[in-house]
Design a protein around this ligand. Structure first.
Ligand SMILES: [Zn+2]
Ligand SMILES: [Zn+2]
Length: 337
C-alpha cells in the first residue's frame, strides 16, 4: 500500500507534500529516522555522506557520521540536537562513515553537551577514536583554559563483536558482519586486510529497522537472516556505470564491495520488509526515478533523500525536516558560571 502511495507521490512530484512535522514522532512508540546524508564518498551538495539519526522514546543516536553530518543535524534540529547526541554507532571505518565523528564530538561539547561521546563500531574503532583524541588534545586543552566546561570532552569507544551490544528502555541494537572487505575480483578470495564491517538491526517496542552498512550481496549475506520480518530495511546501492570507458571501468571497480539494484532487489525479495529503502547511493547524482526503474522488485520501497524522515510504527510515515533556523544559542551554555 505504502509503495503505491510513495511511487505515485514521486511520480506526480508531490513527495514532499507528505511531510510531517519534525517533532511529531519521537514521543510515540515509534522508531523515527532522519536521513542526514544519503550519498557516499564523492562530494555532492544534494546527498551528503552517510549518516542517519535514530530516535526511539528517549533514545537518540546516529548510525554513521559521514561528511556534512554535523551541518545536516543542525539543519534538522539546531543546537538542541547538536548538543543532545552522545552516541554514534559506526558500520565501518571508511572516511565517508567516520569523518564527522570529531566534528560532532567537539562541537556538541563546545556548545553544551556535558556527557562523554560514546562511539561503537567494528574492530579498530577504539584505535581510531584514540587517534582523534590525540589529534585534538591541544584544541580541547585550549578551550578548557579559556573557560569551556571540562565535562563532555571525553570520547569513549568500544569495538563490537557480533550480537546484541546495547539494550536499554526497550531499545536493542544488534551488530552483525556484512561483506565489504576487499576481495580479488577474479577469484572472489578475500585479500587479507584486517578489520571488520558491520550491519545493524534496531528493535524498539515491536518495531524494527535494519541498516545494511556497505556490503556486496551474496547468498550467504547476514542481511537475509537479520532482515527477516524487519519493518524497514535500509540498503546501500551502486548503479553500474554504462559502457567500457576508462571512467566507467574505474567507477565499476567498487562493484565488488557494493550492491547493484538487481542484487538489492533479490535481498528485498528474500526478506520482504514492510518498506525497502535505498540510502548510500553511488553515484550520488542518480535520481529516485532512475534507481527505482533499475530495481525489479514489486514490494514497497523508496529512495531516501537528505533530510527525509521515516516514522516506523503501525504505519510507516514519510516526511521531511530541515530549515529550522529558529534555534538560538546563548553563550551561557558554553562556560561554567
Ligand atoms: Zn561508504
Ligand atoms: Zn565502505
Amino acid at each position: 500500500m505504502l509503495n503505491i502511495r510513495v511511487r505515485l507521490a514521486i511520480t506526480f512530484g508531490v513527495f514532499w507534500a507528505m511531510a510531517i512535522n519534525y517533532s511529531l514522532a519521537a514521543t510515540e512508540d515509534v522508531i523515527k529516522l532522519t536521513f542526514l546524508g544519503t550519498g557516499a564518498p564523492r562530494p555532492s551538495l544534494d546527498r551528503y555522506g552517510p549518516s542517519i539519526l535514530v530516535e526511539a522514546g528517549s533514545h537518540r543516536l546516529l548510525v554513521d557520521a559521514g561528511p556534512g553530518m554535523r551541518e545536516r543535524l543542525f539543519q534538522a534540529g539546531g543546537f538542541e540536537l547538536l548538543t543532545d547526541i552522545d552516541m554514534i554507532i559506526l558500520t565501518h571505518l571508511h572516511f565517508d562513515h567516520t569523518i564527522s565523528v570529531p566534528g560532532l564530538w567537539l562541537s556538541g561539547w563546545l556548545y553544551g553537551r556535558k556527557v562523554p561521546m560514546r562511539v561503537y563500531g567494528p574492530e579498530g574503532t577504539s584505535d581510531m577514536m584514540e587517534n582523534f583524541q590525540s589529534a585534538y588534545a591541544w584544541d580541547i586543552r585550549y578551550r578548557e583554559i579559556v573557560g569551556v566546561h571540562e565535562e563532555g570532552s571525553e570520547l569513549i569507544a568500544q569495538d563490537l563483536e557480533s550480537g546484541i551490544f546495547y539494550e536499554s528502555d526497550g531499545l536493542s541494537i544488534t551488530a552483525f558482519p556484512v561483506e565489504h572487505m576487499p576481495i580479488d575480483v577474479q577469484s572472489g578470495e578475500l585479500l587479507g586486510l584486517e578489520g571488520d564491517t558491520l550491519g545493524f538491526r534496531i528493535d524498539y517496542q515491536g518495531h524494527s529497522v535494519l541498516f545494511s552498512g556497505d556490503t556486496r550481496s551474496t547468498e550467504s549475506s547476514n542481511i537475509i537472516g537479520f532482515g527477516n520480518d524487519v519493518d524497514v530495511l535500509i540498503h546501500e546501492v551502486q548503479v553500474p556505470a554504462p559502457g567500457d570507458s576508462p571512467e566507467a571501468r574505474l567507477a565499476n571497480v567498487s562493484l565488488s564491495v557494493h550492491s547493484t539494484p538487481d542484487q538489492v532487489a533479490e535481498i528485498f525479495r528474500q526478506t520482504r520488509p514492510r518498506l525497502g529503502v535505498y540510502s548510500h547511493i553511488i553515484p550520488p547524482e542518480l535520481t529516485s526515478e532512475e534507481i527505482l526503474s533499475a530495481t525489479d522488485y514489486d514490494g514497497d520501497m523508496l529512495v531516501a533523500e537528505d533530510l527525509m524522515t521515516l516514522s516506523i510504527g503501525d504505519e510507516i510515515r514519510v516526511g521531511v525536516t530541515g530549515g529550522s533556523g529558529t534555534n538560538i544559542f546563548t553563550e551561557s551554555d558554553v562556560v561554567d558560571q
